[in-house]
Design a binder for this molecule. Structure first.
Ligand code: FAD
Length: 828
């Protein structure tokens, strides 16, 4: 009986102390109480009980814990030996990694890593808002340039934007949205930049990328942040007005994902410049894949700087340094084009051999030599949060916009194809993704506007949005059938399809972004203790290192104990007691995030602790952990969007379905982590702690998802809300306007059409090329004249929608590449 009581009290005590993250002395008191209870029923008087050897054994845990609660003793007995051990286990952080980690900030990602998200930190992030000026720009110049772009002409006839579009983009300041007003730039928020890029890309991906690049990682931002006053004076106003077209060259043939391994080099030396002996740098570089390079007038360049003669200081190998070089500077080889995914945006190589540049070309001058990597990473953590998520998200929204219309307009077997369950399935996926990724895009841009530099979030958002884009564009193509693959001026999907790999490849190819950056590096950055432990372990001053380690390690242990207790308790209670900031219909999803965040903290912690330095190699595990983190992030964004938009009732079932899908995916990823964890005992234990009662999440049902497909095929606020931020025109002569026009006409003709179809089925009228079936229907008194007019309008509009292009064979032959590159040129 006593034994049972001891076990029950012991377990209860463990959970209470672990959940409270009690300090060591409280654990000692707990152990003491437990020891005394275990001896209390013994006979023979107090002294006999106290002097019994078993009592002494029972007191050992309390004594040990008591001693360890004394800092000096703990440091000697635990922290110092653990320090040595951990030093050899923990992943080492290279200088470039360190700079990448230091460059970003943590926010909601750290809350999810903590296992106890503070909901205020999510809900207090500003709603998606634009200033009146930004909104006017979207409604004015952005709509105007969209109406000017003929994407077929761009990608097929010109392989470039038209001169009018280029001129308009430059003069309206599209290329200088991030440059401050004091320099004549638009000085737009991240939210506005994201929305401008989105809308332009919804019209033409090539145009979207052209606008995106100068406003992303590039000379403009680098100059704003680090430029000398002279450099700012010289370039910013010109960049703002498009008088300079910038590009930034980091990637080379041997330095892709591992860009810091570049072979490009600059040596500090004296040479002649403008007729005078001048201190400068002799640079040699070989860069490729550089967007805007073929038309750039100003080249941002990254290279390793060396100073063998100590002309600027004691250090020989100074490190990555950035320079700005005019494209027409002697020695700069520029102008040739790559042809990425046959898209029309400008992209090409840049080379230079022993090009002497004066010191004033270095961005930030001598103060910033050797700091190039940090500068790039700082810009990337914000740029990556804005640009590619904007393009990925809008591609999904645009795919939904056109596909929802097409699925309603296109009929087979007598009914709109979208009604068929097989078609409704991908259409419904488009609906869920459109809501989800717009929520995440908006939230992340708002974070940037609040001053965050979300390195982990930007990485996960980039890979999730661009992967979702790839899948949803495929869904759109599948639903369109042959209409989508017959390329030509009236094909509005194919260019997006062709360019999906571009967004996936740039700014760190997705495999790397998922498997390395999001979790393996993300854990270092966002974990509450790990980073401090590694920093302590790498501290050259051992005494100082042990002290710092002791503090972080103590916190880490109590963090781990709480995650063990919390994860198990949440699992057996189905998350009912997890925290939620709301008490309405969405409370259960907030609780689910809190529950799985605790499990994520536990499993993430053990994954890092067990794999240690192997973490960067065990990428299938870290990839799945990245998926869990990103599912938690996306669901958080969806709940916040629902809240920010005033809880639109019509959206509630959609949020439920999205939540179910994400929670199901989270459980699957956990299960895959456990099934593949290299240590069977830990794998079993994690399974017990996270799913003691098994896995119970189910994805959204066929019934609920079918409803979204039905709803989105009707013109109206639901469809508009889901496709917000895309360029929409009602012009029936426009490549996508034709769909909007037809959708309205077809919807208006719905009842008439039903009558007509019934008459066809009964054999009263017949659809034949040699007869006008609508006239026959009027003659047969199936339709009135006015009904026939409505149906005729719908029919004509449908004709325009389903039409595909055909060409004279010569027309196509003329568009083949006329000249093969000289053999060996690419390998030069
Ligand atoms: C259209 C386009 C435009 C671009 N614009 C610019 C630009 O303006 N400026 C610029 O400097 N660069 C630019 N880039 C370069 C771009 O950033 C690189 O292509 C990208 O970083 C990947 O390099 P890579 O293509 O050489 O792939 P590689 O590095 O050769 O990678 C091959 C594969 O291996 C994976 N991989 C590599 N290392 C790891 C790892 N440690 N763990 C897991 N997987 C890994 C990658 O994910 C990828 O799937 C552009 C690229 C393209 C295609």
């Amino acid at each position: 009986m006593v034994a049972l009581a001891v076990i029950v009290i012991g377990i209860a005590g463990f959970f209470v102390l672990a959940m409270r993250r009690a300090p060591l002395w409280q654990w000692a008191v707990g152990a003491l109480i437990l020891a005394l209870i275990s001896r209390i029923s013994l006979d023979g008087g107090l002294w006999l009980v106290l002097l019994s050897p078993w009592t002494i054994v029972a007191l050992v845990p309390a004594i040990v814990l008591g001693l360890l609660s004394v800092t000096a003793i703990r440091r000697v007995l635990v922290a110092a030996p653990a320090y040595g051990l951990v030093k050899s286990i923990l992943p080492r952080v290279s200088r470039t990694e360190q700079e990448a980690l230091d460059a970003g900030t943590v926010g909601w990602d750290a809350e999810l890593f903590s296992g106890r998200p503070d909901w205020d930190k999510l809900l207090n992030i500003r709603k998606v808002t634009l200033t009146a000026e930004e909104q006017a720009f979207l409604d004015g110049p952005v709509n105007k340039v969209c109406s000017m772009i003929d994407d077929w002409d761009v990608r097929h006839n010109r392989a470039d934007l038209s001169p009018e579009v280029w001129a308009y983009l430059k003069e309206q300041g599209f290329l200088g949205m991030l440059i401050g007003k004091e320099w004549g730039g638009l000085g737009f928020s991240a939210q506005a930049q994201s929305q401008v890029v989105s809308k332009v890309a919804s019209r033409s991906v090539a145009a979207g990328i052209t606008v995106m690049v100068p406003n992303s990682l590039g000379p403009g931002e680098l100059l704003e942040k680090y430029g000398t006053p002279e450099q700012k004076e010289k370039y910013l106003a010109r960049l703002a007005k498009g008088q300079e077209v910038p590009c930034f060259a980091l990637t080379g043939p041997y330095a892709g994902s591992d860009a810091a391994s570049m072979r490009d080099v600059g040596v500090v030396t004296y040479d002649m410049y403008q007729g005078k002996k001048t201190l400068g740098v002799k640079v040699s570089w070989d860069k490729r894949y550089i967007t805007l390079a073929p038309v750039a007038s100003l080249v941002g360049l990254a290279f390793h700087l060396h100073d063998p003669d100590h002309l600027i200081g004691d250090t020989e190998n100074i490190g990555i340094t950035l320079a700005l070089i005019p494209a027409d500077f002697p020695g700069v080889e520029i102008g040739r084009r790559h042809y990425p995914a046959r898209a029309a945006f400008m992209n090409g190589p840049i080379k230079g051999r022993n090009v002497f540049i004066p010191m004033e070309f270095l961005i930030g001058g001598l103060d910033y030599v050797g700091q190039g990597w940090r500068m790039l990473m700082e810009c990337l953590s914000t740029g990556r949060a804005i640009s590619l998520p904007a393009i990925g998200t809008v591609s999904i929204k645009q795919s939904l916009r056109v596909t929802s219309a097409y699925a309603r307009i296109r009929r087979q077997f007598g009914i709109p194809v979208g009604i068929m369950e097989g078609v409704a399935e991908p259409l419904s996926r488009l609906v869920r993704s459109a809501y989800t990724y717009e929520a995440a895009r908006g939230l992340t841009a708002s974070m940037v506007d609040e001053g965050q530099k979300p390195a982990v979030v930007s990485a996960l958002l980039k890979y999730r949005t661009t992967e979702a884009m790839r899948d949803r564009v495929n869904d759109a193509l599948d639903i369109h059938g042959g209409r989508a693959v017959q390329d030509g001026p009236s094909n509005y999907l194919f260019s997006g399809y062709m360019t999906t790999p571009v967004a996936i490849t740039v700014e760190g190819a997705n495999i790397l972004t998922r498997t390395l950056i999001t979790f393996a590096q993300g854990a270092l950055r966002a974990h509450p203790y790990l980073y401090a432990e590694i920093a302590a372990a790498q501290d050259p001053d051992r005494r100082h290192g042990v002290a710092a380690f002791d503090e972080a390690f103590g916190g880490h242990v109590s963090f781990m104990l709480r995650n063990i207790a919390g994860s198990f308790l949440h699992a057996i209670s189905g998350g009912r007691f997890a925290s939620t900031p709301v008490q309405h219909e969405m409370a259960r999803w907030y609780r689910a995030i809190a529950r799985y965040s605790q499990s994520f903290a536990l499993v993430g912690d053990w994954t890092v602790a067990f794999l240690g330095g192997d973490l960067k190699r065990k990428q299938r595990l870290s990839g799945r952990m990245a998926d869990i983190l990103s599912d938690l992030y996306l669901l958080s964004a969806v709940l916040k969007r629902y809240e920010d938009e005033g809880r639109v009732r019509e959206d509630a079932p959609l949020i439920d379905a999205i939540a179910k899908d994400h929670l199901f995916a989270i459980e699957q990823s956990f299960a895959a982590v456990f099934a593949n964890f290299p240590n069977p005992f830990l794998s079993w234990l994690m399974g017990v702690l996270v799913f003691p009662l098994g896995r119970h999440q189910r994805p959204a049902s066929d019934r609920e998802t079918y409803r979204f497909a039905r709803s989105v095929m009707r013109p109206g606020v639901f469809r508009d809300r889901l496709t917000i931020g895309t360029y929409v025109t009602m012009d029936p002569k426009d490549v996508t306007g034709v769909l909007e026009d037809a959708l309205i006409k077809v919807t208006r003709a719905e009842e008439v059409e039903a009558k007509f179809v019934r008459a066809i089925k009964k054999g009263v009228v017949e659809r034949r090329l040699d007869r006008d079936a609508i006239t026959d229907a009027v003659d047969a008194k199936v339709l009135t004249e006015s009904e026939a007019a409505i149906l005729r309008l719908a029919d004509q509009a449908t004709d325009r929608v389903i039409k595909v292009d055909d060409f004279d064979p010569d027309e196509l032959a003329a568009k083949q590449l006329t000249r093969r590159p000289e053999p060996g040129r690419a390998a030069e």
